[in-house]
Design a protein around this ligand. Sequence first.
Ligand code: GCB
Length: 733
Amino acid sequence: MRKTVRINEGWRFLKAAMPPAAAIRFAEQGEAVTLPHTWNAVDGQDGGNDYHRGSCWYVRELTAEETAGGRLFLEVLGAAHTCHVYLNGELLAEHEGGYSAFRVELTEKLREKNILSLCLNNGDNDRVYPQKADFTFYGGLYRDVNLIAVPEEHFELLKDGTPGIKVTPTVDLEKKQAFITVETWQNAAEVTVTVNGESRTVPSVEGSAKAEFVIENARLWDGVNDPFLYTASARLASGDEVSARFGCRHFAVDPEKGFFLNGRSYPLRGVSRHQDLKGKGNALSYEDHAADMAIIRELGANTLRLAHYQHAQEFYDLCDENGIVVWAEIPYITMHMQNGRQNTLDQMRELICQCYNHPCIAVWGLSNEITAASAVNEELLENHRALNELCHRMDPTRLTTMANVFMLEIDSPILEIPDINSYNLYFGWYLGELEQTDEFFDEYHAKYPDRVIGFSEYGADANPAFHSSRPEKGDYTEEYQALYHEHMLNMIEERPYLWATHVWNLFDFAADGRDEGGKHGENQKGLVTFDRTLRKDAFYLYRAAWNKAEPFVHLCGKRYENRAEEETEIKVYSNCGEVRLYVDDMPVAVQTGKTVFRFRIPLLGEHLIRAEGEGCADSMCIRRVREPDGSYVFNKAAASVTNWFDADEMDPSCFSVSDTLGDLRAHPQAGPVVEAMMARGASERGDVADAVKDNPALQRMMGRMTMLSLLKQGGADEESIKQLNRVLQGIKK
Ligand code: GCB
């Protein structure tokens, strides 16, 4: 028999560094807390990059009842980011890595009265990832903590937080057979393994055992269509038992046709998720996880990138149950650390060991944008090779991948390490124009037709308070975010070779170092707000494209009530083939189409707008106002830029700031003018400018950008942009 007791209640929390004996002495003065708990729920989300990072203590007395019953193990499912475990003041274990589980045996150290104290630290160091990334590194004991009592003979509990049982299903799609290999680790002579009602007793040799089964007419784990799960269990004579759910499925990729599930094309289209919530940080309950999954199902995504680290077991369980194909990864992110090699391997070993049985996981992600702040040198390559080999050794059934930063040259040797690849591209948001995404993939695919490539991140920030009828990159409006995603949705549909695409991000999330778009401490690229209460318009774009189950119409711009224009656009996102529009209860237009339906209507006063699809409707109220509503505008200076240059006043036969840097540079007269302007900017930016100059990929990309967008991104003021425009207007094309 195995007894698991959850010990989430009754902890004392001390928000200070102190010696172990002091933590015990002062425990009673600490704050009484119940797990899951983070000390950064507030300061990690309010901006300023000033959240508490350092050592804190969790102290708890274990009762006699809790410690009774055989060999006793402590199970910590998430301690961010390093943890020292003390029993009665004695150090028993250390763990480095804030996202994986670990266990510690307490048996030999138990006394009559037992005090457990855990010292956690989320401060910076040079070995434990992550150290540099765009999200808050919450500290805390933010998942469940358990005591597990097992008999003398029991399944392995310590090694890398193993579940003790490893199930490998392989599927013969033609014969409809699944071959199941079950491996277990234990200190007993034999094990009885049961799969699908069939039991087999096998010997344990040097602590490990293996049993094989065949399931005829296997019911497949078939993604969102039918995520069927089997269970494998293993039992020892002592009564100790472990079990794991598994799924029989076949994943494959093709450089031309993308992803395949169970032998048929199954384009992976979905979103990324961070594990945090407004007001709670990363200390989430099962209900929080389940509520997130309900939103993912509503959206109709069939894949998730669980960024940028190992997520909670219950979330991978939810993915198994809901048929969501997962990209799982470790927080080897942004910047390679010389002393961090071992930690990348440790975190990867734990991720694979702890998550191996989940049928939802298709790929292991080696790193994210690791060349953003590190050079591609032998050390970086070696670390990636070591990780890649580790993945293949531990799990020959799954592929490895990486999420690369846009400025990584497509012929970089690092791209040859993982089995398949992916890029994070933010053209049309941070820099460049939307179309550069299309060009990027076309170029990559043409150059490397035999390589499998995906789109691991793309997105644009939007604060649902901001609105515009002339949305622009950088304006943080809900309308620009929607336009951005309309472009990307088409771009993706036209490129079926993309093995997976993941919107960054499903939810707004905490990045305490950010201060932009009218909010402190938040990355607002979510399709849904941080508190999950508001779905931005772009959410419904994807829902219309991906979720065909339930017909719906969504009127965009509901929050854009006050409009200072004679005529306005009414946009509807819908999964219906026909949308009817009513203004003030009068039918005004019918449109047939797909996903996006655009109407234009005159705006006279206050109007009730209603859209109808097949058995569904949506309505909203908008009104004409005299002056633009200032509360809708985030960056007032930038917002007016489009109005500086009236198309009528520009001479199209001459150059202007609307021409691309490439075209301007190529002209004998315009070239030197813009070079001089760029050189001036470069001398102000120093090192960064050198990095730009030496990066041909970046240079090529900048060549495709308009001078206006380059200048705006560089922070040039209105007068110097106008001045340059006047000069360029004097040069004939
Ligand atoms: C990225 C990173 C991700 C950031 C995102 C952004 O490329 O991988 O962690 O949050 O960009 O929003 O800038």
